[in-house]
Design a protein around this ligand. Sequence first.
Ligand SMILES: [Zn+2]
Length: 435
Amino acid sequence: MMLATLPTQARTHNYDITVSDDLRQVHVQAELDGAAVLRARQGRSRRLHSATTCEGKPLDARRNRIDPNGATCLRYTHSLEAVDERFSPADVLTTTTSEWLWLPRFEDNASVNIRVHLPEGINAHLPFDQAGDHYVLRASPGSSRGLALFGRFASTQIVLPDTQLRASLIGAHGQEQKLTRWLTAAAMDVWQIGERFPNPQASVVVVDVPGSTGEAVPFGHVIRDGSEMVRFFVQAQSREAALLGDWTATHEFAHLLLPYVREKWISEGFASYYQNVLLARRGVYSEAEAWRRLTHAFARAREIDNPPSPNDTEHDEFWRVRMLIYWSGAALALMADTAWRAQDDTSLDAALARLGRCCLPSPDTWSGQALFSRLDALNGAPRLRALYDRYADSPGLPPVETLYPALGIRTDGSRITLDDAAPLAAVRRAIMGRE
Ligand SMILES: [Zn+2]
């Protein structure tokens, strides 16, 4: 009898990674749980200096594959190439594991234990989960490409009530304490939702880009390849108040409240909603200022001529439909949040807190439908999925302004007046307030 229905056993591979003294090469020894072809997503065999079994027998390497020829212990040496050179100071090398980390194909429940050996005085920031004296790589959505930094830079911890997130500060000498306070405030904004950070293993890289623009934090992004990493480009010389008043870090950390979602307008929309909600809750924005910013963004999204549906924004020119990508999901978030609070005695916060506990971090790429059905089920009150079915394929911004009279939000040009006698004024205040 075949036992074909038994689940495949989780495989664990063991890797030892040694970085050369000149930071130009990485030597890797891979002890595999069963012989397997090694590949790297952006691997090129011409950057492989050697590939052998652990006994020294040469192996065949072509394009992006190393054939193990039956061996389970392999060694290879690969060059380390800089990516994003413009943003790295001379004493820090930014590389991507998608070029030099050659791995067996692994299922969701497989993992790789990784031990890293660095030259004296060299620090590393790697896209793997930390587990005591080694790292663990698990399956991930593979959005963007995992970054691995080597060099001389400062490390810090973002201390939250129940966890610490590791952060590396590239450049920014002498600004470490101020930057740590800024990151902690933004991470705490997101921690408040469910009193838990969505991924305690997430890590942060901050790169100083002096003199880039007028903004304190010109850019940030989330990378989900290996462990989740959030990278910020900052003007580290900025005043602390300017950093604390900037929404970028709260927006990026809020992305971690959701798994990786196929539809960009959903992930951007929810992060954009929460950047305003959470900065109001921290007291950076007044309640009226937060509503003014949301209303202004919704109005700009409405100005797009001949707008595509949210689902069709990905086929349009990014700069033309950018406001729809960033705010149509925010409109749905507000519509669901209002309905949950007004009629079901629950909230979007509650749904996301439950999602974090059941399902994050997630190795999968989720569809909008699956995500919204799950959030509805977690709250025991279906709201989001119906909104998706109604508006995801209808042109333009969902009709969020129809809620305004009940919420007590009046607009007059760029001015906002809040009416506390409106039927859902308490819901409106609760969204922007701390319970
Ligand atoms: Zn974003």
